[in-house]
Design a binder for this molecule. Structure first.
Ligand code: NBP
Length: 477
């Protein structure tokens, strides 16, 4: 075969990835379960590069140069297994299957182990950026073996987004499911970022008393500073938009029930299993869930609130700047938690991860792209063993500077009855890390009392139990 790469699964994502490869000068073999999509692609976009359409799996595999590189871009779950089962018997040792779908990393680990026995490299790859990114440059997070990256990396880096400094938003993340894991955490962080921005909007509107157009201007201004990011940019666009049918602000005619496809939920489920506190992402998932419970929210009419008016004009102007501090500090905390989760997964699954490189991959092409990610890369470059992003001097100093405003924003929100689960959980996490003593000591005492679960002491090594129902002497276990 002559094709350097093949794409099987030519719905929106696969079609655009295939075109992206072709536009970069690669010969691309094409395959889809139903051949119409294959023909459609060649009919519509055949002049963008060199395509080799295949009617069958056998033809597709034969069209590829060896070692073969097959990108699978089908619906995640059963369809991915079906396609693997179809191709695997036709492949040889050293060939590579790249799964660019939104697979659960545990499925990727299972598939990688099974194919490794046959000498086939299975490269679970997180791809972010939607349709537009697939065509013009996505953020690419490949897992799998380092050897496979040797053969695959140059092609993927070619078609990936480029950061402001020109470097590709693609790097080998780690073995087996590491790429899909990091993609999942990316989506969890995306949920948290969106929730924090939503809380800032809610306070700008209901505490500072601004209208959507003025709030759009505020986000536009923030987007020129340390909050410079794709999500803040589109927030301004959405808030500035007027509904054509009613002439009202668009944000006021949209039903206030947020939906989700599930990757945020996965992030939280796995964080619970790993024992990693990703409270910002969890609150973001729960906030969407609360918004969707119309039955619960109907009860709200009977629940009393503080009955406070918004802030006065003088106070409001200063409060706007404080919200920027609260948003930034909370964002630093949610990234801290997300990176902790990636780091913990690395230890659990034996991945060698470069956390600074992970931040680097997200600088372009994906939803959470932001100037701020350079700072994270720099923090890990300075100290690859950083136990937490909050241990970085730069971030610690910025939060120290922001914290008075942050506390004031949370306190004001609480006083006015505006829900800020993201801002407040981030602050609680920060204060918990700072605390010299946590009430967990009391929790341990209770656990020992009712369940003889034992405790450790601050002054001596060992495990202890107090005979609570007897004479309350202490036994060393
Ligand atoms: P879909 O997720 O809608 O899947 C459609 C493709 O899967 C078609 O090519 C279809 O073939 C094929 N397919 C199905 Br369904 N069942 C199959 C089976 N049993 N055997 C073989 N092929 C089968 O496509 P998409 O929206 O382009 O997404 C592709 C992947 O990319 C998904 O995993 C998705 O989650 C992910 N995605 C990522 C992003 C992002 O931003 N990263 C965005 C959107 C999607 P047919 O044409 O014959 O029906």
């Amino acid at each position: 075969g002559t094709a350097q790469i093949g794409v099987s699964g030519l719905a929106v994502m696969g079609r655009n990835l295939a075109r992206n490869f072709a536009r970069h000068g690669y010969t691309v073999a094409l395959h889809n379960r139903s051949a119409e999509r294959t023909h459609e692609l060649v009919d519509q976009f055949g002049d963008e590069g060199t395509f080799v359409p295949a009617e069958s799996a056998e033809q597709f595999v034969a069209a590829l140069e060896r070692p073969r590189r097959l990108v699978v871009m089908v619906k995640a779950g059963g369809p991915t297994d079906a396609v693997i089962d179809q191709f695997a018997p036709l492949l040889e040792s050293g060939d590579m299957i790249i799964d660019g779908g939104n697979a659960h990393f545990a499925d990727t680990r299972r598939r990688e182990a099974a194919l490794r026995e046959k000498g086939i490299h299975f490269v679970g790859t997180g791809i972010s950026g939607g349709e537009e990114g697939a065509l013009n440059g996505p953020s690419i997070m490949p897992g799998g073996s380092p050897e496979s990256y040797q053969a695959l990396g140059p092609l993927l880096e070619d078609i990936s987004a480029k950061a402001a400094d020109g470097s590709p938003c693609c790097a080998h993340v780690g073995a087996d499911g590491a790429g899909h894991f990091v993609k999942m955490v990316h989506n969890g962080i995306e949920y948290a970022d969106m929730q924090l921005i939503a809380e800032a909007y809610d306070l700008l509107r209901h505490a500072a008393g601004l209208e959507p157009a003025a709030i759009a201007d505020t986000f536009r201004r923030w987007n020129t500073g340390r909050l410079d990011s794709y999500l803040v940019e589109i927030t301004a666009e959405v808030l500035a938009h007027t509904d054509a049918a009613t002439g009202r602000p668009f944000v006021d005619v949209v039903a206030d029930e947020a939906e989700q496809k599930g990757t945020g939920r996965w992030t939280v489920q796995i964080a619970l299993e790993l024992g990693v506190p990703v409270s910002g992402i969890a609150e973001a998932v729960f906030a969407r869930s609360v918004s969707g419970h119309t039955d619960l929210r109907a009860v709200g009419g009977r629940l009393s609130g503080p009955g406070r008016a918004a802030l006065g004009a003088d106070e409001a102007a200063a409060f706007v700047d404080k919200i920027e501090h609260a948003l930034y500090a909370s964002k630093v905390v949610s990234y801290t938690q997300g990176f902790h989760q990636v780091q913990a997964a690395g230890a659990e699954y034996g991945w060698t991860l470069d956390l600074g490189a992970v931040a680097g991959i997200w600088r372009g092409g994906c939803i959470i792209r932001a100037a701020f990610l350079d700072r994270i890369t720099a923090a890990y470059a300075k100290d690859p063993q950083l136990p937490s992003l909050l241990a970085d001097d730069g971030f610690a100093a910025e939060i120290a500077e922001a914290q008075d405003a942050w506390r004031d924003v949370v306190a004001t929100a609480v006083r006015l009855g505006v829900p800020v689960p993201g801002f407040s959980t981030a602050l609680a996490y920060y204060d918990a890390l700072r605390a010299e003593r946590l009430p967990a000591a009391l929790t341990q005492g209770q656990r020992d009392f009712f369940g003889a679960h034992t405790y450790r002491r601050v002054d001596r090594d060992g495990v202890f139990h107090t005979l609570w129902s007897e004479d309350r002497t202490e036994e060393q276990q």
